[in-house]
Design a protein around this ligand. Structure first.
Ligand code: ZN
Length: 181
């Protein structure tokens, strides 16, 4: 990139940062042209790199380095974007899910740690891929073990209610049955 081009880029960057609403309005008014220009720039770049594997490698490494640096500066946004991409949801939906602080099944407060009983999990249907919601690690594992089948879960709940009553009754701990609660 020439010296002039670099200066121009810096100037526009500063301008955008200083007047974000102006930049936004300009983009909206000139969107088609700007996208076409970007596309043409990419094509020229592709053409240039097609015959130069070393330059392609250097460019890939530079992009990867820039991305790593950006990611470490914008960790939260990066994680949201990664989640949105992984689960095929919009950024807004990823944000809504991120705002959920408690397991939607058992109500335990979710921790931000990657592992452990209360670790946050985005639960999705394995057949359709559709995201259902946010669960703690324990509930997420339990749901998988029960094959995410509501009939099995309901029967298991009924089973626990009945048998808990019998064992409690046997021990003299409970006078009223739990059935129907
Ligand atoms: Zn839970």
């Amino acid at each position: 990139m020439s010296r002039d081009n670099r200066d121009r880029r810096e100037y526009f960057k500063k301008h955008r940062a200083a007047h974000p609403e102006k930049a936004k309005a300009y983009y909206a008014a000139n969107k088609e042209r700007l996208l076409a220009e970007r596309c043409a720039r990419r094509e020229r770049e592709e053409h240039r790199l097609a015959g130069d594997p070393a330059a392609r490698r250097a460019r890939r490494e530079k992009k990867a380095r820039e991305h790593r640096e950006w990611r470490s500066r914008n960790l939260e946004t990066a994680r949201l974007r990664e989640k949105a991409k992984r689960f095929h949801i919009t950024l807004a939906r990823a944000q809504t899910l991120q705002a959920i602080t408690h397991c939607e099944a058992c109500g335990v407060e979710l921790s931000e740690q990657a592992y452990g009983r209360t670790a946050r999990h985005i639960d999705h249907c394995h057949e359709t891929g559709v995201v259902r919601g946010v669960l703690c690690h324990g509930c997420n594992v339990a749901l998988g073990m029960l094959r995410s089948d509501p009939r099995v879960i309901e029967r298991l709940a009924g089973y626990v209610r009945r048998r808990t009553f019998y064992s409690a009754e046997y021990l003299g701990l409970r006078e009223e049955p739990l059935v129907g609660q």
